[in-house]
Design a protein around this ligand. Structure first.
Ligand code: BDR
Ligand code: CA
Length: 326
């Protein structure tokens, strides 16, 4: 399976990269960065670093530094100032560099070169995809599948009461992409809030202990451990959750095991302005009819046993030597 990842590489995006690169049937052709969890230069640096340290050979391309119309909002309190836990100055400089081609051009070129063969997984604001579609509305139609983490329907938002972060940050891009008629599988908070990596499962504390914050982290295990420790600490303080939401890895898992998600086909849209900015909406029956019944495949549930097994076999065991309790 050929795959392209488009992401605002924070902590759960990093686990998503590890899952894709740890999957023997997947060839990650490219990783494109976008501003979101952190400014785009940091997200790009994180893509380069993880790609190198996890043994990938993906081309990394730099994406949009701001949303289509709104000012950038980051989530550095969740993901750390650097997007990977914020252990200032402790990340090594990547040895590789991003390619010259901008992300939105690369995202449009790749499916042209491999029509019907590439799966696109997006786990950040949809700015790059919207830019590609604006330049040429047909350019991303020949991806084999497009899987997008974003949105919240029947569960509370995580950026204000009703909005999910990726859609809140660039609601114009989300609305453009979801209304483009593309065949999209949407993985919203309704599914991902059930995909939790528990702290006890990983014995995170034990592994993180003894790593002073300023000690350089030179390998993926140390970097991911610290990052996850920060992520889980934040979520514990916020909501008492003893672990971290694996929003973005679930989108990659949906590419690996298509029936891991239970989906409903719905016409959807995103509110772009006002107090409900970023809210995901089911569109009306009339709008559904006008769109000739085309909808987005929205995941409301997932098979958590299969997801946990994938994470264990392809990330936790190879990277940390950790197993999950049965
Ligand atoms: C999404 O927001 C980001 O902070 C996460 O990386 C994930 O993509 C969840 O709302
Ligand atoms: Ca993300």
């Amino acid at each position: 399976m050929k795959m392209v990842l488009d992401m605002d590489t924070g902590i759960d995006d990093a686990v998503a990269i590890a899952l894709a690169l740890g999957s023997p049937e997947v060839d990650v052709l490219a990783i494109t960065s976008v501003a979101g969890n952190a400014p785009v230069e940091l997200c790009t640096r994180n893509c380069l670093l993880l790609n190198e340290l996890l043994g990938g050979d993906a081309a990394v391309a730099i994406g949009a530094e701001r949303p289509l119309a709104k000012d950038l909002l980051t989530a550095q309190e969740v993901h750390g100032a650097d997007g990977l836990g914020g252990y200032a100055g402790s990340l090594p400089e990547p040895a590789t560099s991003a390619v010259d081609e901008p992300a939105h051009e690369l995202l449009a070129r790749i499916p042209d070169e491999h029509p019907g063969e590439v799966t696109l997984v997006t786990t950040g604001p949809l700015t790059n995809i919207a830019m590609a579609l604006r330049a040429n509305p047909d350019c991303v139609a020949s991806y084999e599948r497009i899987i997008t983490m974003g949105g919240a329907f029947d569960v509370p938002g995580n950026t204000g009461p009703v909005a999910e972060f990726n859609f809140y940050v660039d609601p114009e891009a989300a609305s453009l992409v979801l209304n483009s008629g593309l065949d999209i599988t949407l993985v919203p908070l309704d599914a991902t809030t059930g995909a939790v990596l528990t702290r006890s499962a990983l014995e995170m504390r034990k592994h993180a202990r003894g790593l002073p914050a300023d000690r350089p982290c030179r390998n993926s295990a140390a970097i991911l451990h610290r990052a996850l420790d920060h992520y889980m600490e934040f979520q514990f303080d916020e909501s008492g959750l003893d672990g971290g939401y694996m929003h973005d890895p679930l989108a990659v898992a949906a590419a690996l095991v298509p029936d891991i998600l239970e989906t409903l086909d719905l016409p959807v849209d995103v509110v772009t302005d006002g107090p409900n900015r970023g809210r995901t909406l089911r569109r009306s029956v009339q709008a559904h009819a006008a769109a000739a019944g085309r909808g987005v495949h929205v995941a409301f549930n997932h098979d958590d046993d299969t997801f946990r097994r994938l994470l264990e076999q392809r990330v936790l065991r190879p990277v940390f030597g950790a197993t999950l309790p049965r």
